[in-house]
Write a protein that binds this ligand. Structure first.
Ligand code: FMN
Length: 209
């Protein structure tokens, strides 16, 4: 009799533990690990050059600017200035400054990411603004992608002709240098992500061809 009760108690305990394990498993949050979400956003970003005819609201523009200004910056100098462009004529002028930037004229928004020479280092470090503004540009591209927008970086600096045309279009003073123009919009195309990873581009400890 005692043995039978013991077996029954053990069986009941086993059923209870199994049920709890199953319940725990199904109750686990399905949301992706946040660190994976960031990583996936980086890996799935791609240049988008076609946009819907739809405005981008001010709150979203502010989010993009906040992302840009969250970038790392040498010595925390923040030697940048962002010109937000939504005027069709200005967008057309920006597009005309670069033979590869026709999409800027057809975008509802462009952000010109500029370096502010008054805020950068003196001497050898002066050109660090280029890296700071590049980091800000990539942050904006990633934020745009994460917010469901499409964007593309169009290069300006160091091509003199483009710098001069963009500076004129945006009425920039001498100290503000345009690094690039980001065209942004609600995507009207979903280009495939280019697979760029290659072990050939990596060395370990010492350079190897
Ligand atoms: C410095 C820089 C300048 C670029 N200039 C242009 C440009 O003028 N026009 C354009 O269509 N794309 C431009 N791009 C986007 C590249 O063409 C694009 O990043 C590259 O083909 C890789 O594709 P993906 O962004 O979809 O991965 C530029 C990108 C960088 C980083």
């Amino acid at each position: 009799m005692k043995t039978r009760i013991l077996i029954l108690a053990l069986a009941a305990a086993l059923v209870y533990v199994t049920a709890m394990l199953v319940l725990q498993k199904t109750a686990e949050p399905k949301a992706a690990d946040p660190s994976e979400a960031v990583y996936n956003n980086i890996l799935t970003r791609t240049s988008v050059r076609k946009y819907q005819d739809k405005k981008i609201d001010d709150a979203t523009i502010e989010k993009l600017l906040r992302a840009g200004m969250a970038a790392p910056t040498a010595g925390n100098r923040q030697p940048w200035h962002f010109v937000v462009c939504t005027d069709k004529e200005v967008l057309a002028d920006l597009a005309a400054a670069n033979p590869n930037a026709g999409m800027v004229a057809r975008a509802p928004l462009a952000i010109a990411v500029c370096g502010d020479k008054d805020k950068t280092f003196d001497g050898e470090g002066a050109e660090m603004w280029v890296q700071d503004c590049s980091a800000a540009t990539e942050n904006i591209l990633l934020a745009a992608h994460g917010l469901g927008l499409g964007a593309v970086w169009t290069g300006v600096y160091p091509v003199k002709d483009r710098v001069s045309k963009i500076s004129k279009a945006l009425e920039l003073p001498e100290t503000i240098v345009p690094l690039g123009v980001i065209a942004i919009g609600h995507p009207a195309e979903m280009p495939a992500v280019k697979q760029k990873f290659s072990e050939d581009n990596v060395s370990y400890d010492f350079y190897e061809e």
